[in-house]
Design a protein around this ligand. Structure first.
Ligand SMILES: Cc1ncc(COP(=O)(O)O)c(C=O)c1O
Length: 380
C-alpha cells in the first residue's frame, strides 16, 4: 500500500504516512516474512522519520529483557535500586574475570565518562582526546575546570596515540581512547594498543571507551579489560545502549582498577541506575543469541552499504561499528539537511570533518530507503 497512512500492529506510523506522502516519497520494501521471523522485536516497517543519527540499534532489546521488565514492573518499580544493581555488577564482574570492586554502574556509559572527567581532570590536569571523538568528555571538562587537549586523528582516521601520549606527559589527567572509535568507526589493533597502554605516564588515568566493543569482529582487536585484570590504572567503559538495544533505558558500566572505581563512585548519582533497566540488562546477559544475531545482521547491512557507496563512487571510512562515515567530497551540512527534509535523519556534522556524513546502520529496509533518498539528494 503506497502513499496512504497505515499503522502497523505495534502502532508505528509507516513510511507512507501523510507527511511522507506529501513529500512525494514512496517507501516500499517492508521487512520480509523471513526477516520478521528473525527479528520479531523490530518494527515491521520503517517508521518516519528513519533514525540513522544516534548509533542506536534498530532491532530493539532481546525478548528475554522485555519479558524481564514486564515481570518486574509491578514488584520492582516501587523499590529503590540496591539488590538488582548489585546482582548486575556481580554478573558483569564474573563475565569479565574481575571482582565486584572493579565494577561501577552508570545511567548509560555517559555517566561513567562524566564521573571519570570529574574525578581525574582539574584546572591543572587536562583531558587528552582525539579530534573528532564522542564529545562527552570534552563537554564535561568545565565541571572539573579542565581544558581538553584535542589531537587530530591520523590520515587513516585513527587515534594518533604517540601524540596523545606526548600531550598527556605535559599536563594530562585523563586520556580518552575510544576503541572502536566514534565517529570514525576505526579501531586500533592489539599490538599498537598494548604499546600505548604500557606507556601511559604515571599519574594519568586511561579511559577506554568500548561502547561499540560488541560489534567488532577482528582477530587483532582486543578489549582493554585485560589490562584492568593486570592491575594497570585503566577504566574501560561499556554500554547496554548499542548492540543490546537499550539506549532509552540507560545502563552503562565501568570495569576498572578498584582504587579508581572508588574515587569515581564519589561522583555517582545516588540510587543509579534505574531498577527496570537493570533488570533488563541482567536478563540480556543471560541471552547472548540476540547479540550474535544483531552483530551478524549489522555486518551484512554494513557490507551492503559499502557496495552501494562503491556504486555511487563515494569514499567511506571502513567501519567496525554500527555506523559509517561517508566522504561526500563536498560540505556535508546541506546533504544532512536535505535528507532530514526527506524524513531520513543521519548523524550530526563533525566540524573537523566537514565533508563527512555519519550514517547509523538501520534495518535492511531502512537502509533501502536511505540509499534511495541519499541518491536523490546527491543528484539534486
Ligand atoms: C563512543 C560512545 N561512548 C559513549 C556513548 C554514550 O552512550 P550511553 O550513555 O547511551 O551508554 C556513546 C553514545 O553514542 C558513544 O558513541
Amino acid at each position: 500500500m503506497q502513499n496512504q497512512a497505515t499503522v502497523s500492529r505495534r502502532g508505528f506510523i509507516t513510511g507512507t504516512t501523510l507527511g511522507v506522502a506529501s513529500l512525494g516519497l514512496n517507501w516500499p520494501g517492508l521487512l520480509t516474512a523471513g526477516e520478521r521471523g528473525l527479528f520479531p522485536e523490530a518494527a515491521e516497517v520503517p517508521a518516519a522519520p528513519i533514525r540513522l543519527n544516534r548509533n542506536e540499534s534498530p532491532y530493539g532489546l532481546a525478548a528475554t529483557s522485555i519479558q524481564a521488565i514486564q515481570n518486574a514492573i509491578i514488584s520492582q518499580s516501587p523499590r529503590y535500586p540496591f539488590e538488582e544493581p548489585a546482582k548486575l555488577a556481580e554478573a558483569l564482574a564474573d563475565r569479565n574475570g574481575v571482582s565486584k570492586d572493579h565494577v561501577l554502574l552508570g545511567c548509560g556509559s555517559i555517566e561513567i565518562l562524566k564521573m571519570a572527567t570529574e574525578t581525574f581532570c582539574s584546572a591543572t590536569r587536562s583531558a587528552v582526546v582525539a579530534e573528532p571523538t564522542f564529545e562527552a568528555v570534552v563537554s564535561y571538562c568545565p565541571l572539573a575546570h579542565a581544558t581538553p587537549v584535542k589531537i587530530d586523528l591520523t590520515k587513516e582516521y585513527q587515534h594518533d596515540l604517540p601524540k596523545m601520549l606526548a600531550a598527556a606527559k605535559q599536563s594530562g589527567g585523563l586520556i580518552f581512547f575510544c576503541n572502536p572509535s566514534n565517529p570514525a568507526g576505526t579501531y586500533i589493533g592489539k599490538r599498537e594498543t598494548e604499546e600505548f597502554v604500557r606507556q601511559v605516564p604515571a599519574g594519568v588515568t586511561l579511559l577506554v571507551d568500548e561502547a561499540y566493543f560488541e560489534y567488532i569482529d577482528r582477530p587483532d582487536y582486543e578489549s582493554c579489560v585485560r589490562y584492568v585484570r593486570e592491575g594497570l590504572p585503566i577504566i574501560v567503559s561499556r554500554t547496554f545502549s548499542k548492540v543490546y538495544g537499550m539506549a532509552g533505558l540507560r545502563v552503562g558500566y565501568a570495569i576498572g582498577h578498584p582504587d579508581l572505581i572508588k574515587q569515581m563512585s564519589h561522583h555517582r548519582l545516588a540510587n543509579n541506575p534505574n531498577q527496570l533497566a537493570t533488570t533488563a540488562a541482567l536478563a540480556a546477559l543471560k541471552d547472548e543469541t540476540h547479540v550474535h544475531r544483531i552483530r551478524r545482521r549489522n555486518q551484512e547491512v554494513r557490507e551492503s552499504l559499502f557496495q552501494d557507496l562503491h556504486r555511487m563512487e563515494l569514499k567511506f571510512i571502513p567501519s567496525e561499528t554500527n555506523f559509517v562515515m561517508v566522504d561526500l567530497g563536498r560540505p556535508a551540512g546541506p546533504v544532512i539537511k536535505a535528507l532530514e527534509q526527506r524524513q531520513v535523519l543521519v548523524g550530526r556534522l563533525f566540524p573537523s570533518m566537514p565533508n563527512h556524513m555519519r550514517v547509523t546502520l538501520g534495518t535492511p529496509d531502512e537502509m533501502k530507503v536511505f540509499v534511495r533518498e541519499f541518491k536523490g539528494v546527491m543528484k539534486a
